[in-house]
Design a protein around this ligand. Structure first.
Ligand code: GLU
Length: 329
């Protein structure tokens, strides 16, 4: 076979495995729509998609991968990366990097430091939003939207309805913001930090966007589709570390054990996962388990990890033979 034949054979092998996973996981109708803000309860529970983007710029996908939903907590990973890049390790003086063992929206800080445990829980993410606002001023939202868009390779937009819903009902996040002010983890203006946080959560993305954003992380900050550098390489290393230990709410331990990839999920139903130096993976299905993770998303990732040998400790930094077998073409 010549190189073109090999590439098309590999591509069809990947698509075949993806379709098999999709068909088997689609049967799983467990879980419930997020309803803590009214807008999130209005989405179609049947929508489901899986997309993979490789560092070489190939895309493989199945299902409703163009349907949009709000990025929600996945934004926490991107903003942490941006904050590390703009502010360096000083960020760690405001937010720790330890798993909290508490709910994502817990009103709880590290008792030793009175700082949020990590940037993947709301308290940490609101603090990061505060740092970004204080550094960037009123341009902060446009700035992060531009970075998110470049990571996705297309212009993203705000879902105004979800944003308004977050603003109207975000009392718990406001309480967290004001407590952070009282412990001096963040500085005034706390309302601006909260507004940035509500906005970042309300950015619309598709499953395909999550895969390309993930691949931008896995490709050392360069979007493999557009070829443009989006993030600083050193910030990515530290962001992936926190995603690995804290990215999946209260099932981060289970996830690291059974899936073995840095990832971040959001209550909108999306999950963005990264196979270091190789792949970005996005899944979307809005039916959530008790921890706030997409039921089909978790099952899809588990199967993808098993089928393609993606677990971090199945592979070396250059990837397992299986990953190379499938994706290196
Ligand atoms: N906007 C949501 C909140 O802070 C994000 C939650 C999430 O996706 O975990 O409550």
């Amino acid at each position: 076979m010549d190189n073109l034949d090999i590439a098309s054979q590999k591509s069809s092998d990947i698509n075949h495995v993806l379709s098999q996973i999709y068909d088997s996981v689609k049967e799983n109708r467990k879980g419930a729509l997020a309803d803590y803000i009214p807008e999130l309860a209005k989405v179609d529970p049947n929508i489901y998609g899986i997309a993979i983007a490789t560092n070489k710029g190939h895309i493989h996908s199945v299902g409703d991968v163009d349907a949009t939903f709000t990025i929600q907590s996945i934004s926490k990973a991107l903003n942490y990366c941006i904050a590390l890049e703009l502010l360096g390790r000083d960020v760690l003086e405001s937010v720790g990097v330890e798993p909290s063992g508490d709910r994502f929206n817990a009103i709880e800080f590290d008792p030793r430091t009175l700082r949020p445990y990590n940037p993947m829980v709301n308290a940490g993410a609101i603090t990061i939003a505060g740092l970004l606002y204080n550094h960037l001023g009123n341009e902060a939202y446009e700035y992060i939207l531009d970075r998110f868009s470049r990571a996705a390779g297309r212009q993203l937009t705000l879902n105004e309805d979800v944003y308004n819903s977050e603003m109207l009902t975000g009392h718990r996040n406001r309480a967290i913001g004001h407590l952070l002010l009282s412990t001096q983890a963040i500085k005034e203006p706390v309302d601006k930090a909260l507004d940035l946080y509500f906005r970042q959560c309300s950015i619309s993305v598709s499953t395909l966007d999550l895969a390309v954003m993930g691949a931008t992380f896995s490709n050392l900050g360069q979007n493999p589709i557009t070829g443009k550098q989006v993030f600083d390489m050193t910030s990515i290393r530290n962001t992936l570390s926190v995603m690995f230990t804290c990215g999946m709410y209260d099932s981060s331990g289970f996830w690291a054990h059974d899936v073995g990839l840095p990832a971040k999920s959001g209550v909108g139903g999306g999950i963005m996962g990264i196979v270091n130096r190789q792949l970005g993976i996005g899944t979307y299905s809005p039916l959530l388990d008790v921890n706030g993770n997409s039921v089909r998303g978790i099952e899809s990732f588990k199967k993808l990890s098993d089928e393609f040998g993606l677990h971090a400790f199945d592979s070396t930094n250059r990837g397992s033979g299986l990953v190379a077998h499938f994706f290196d073409y």
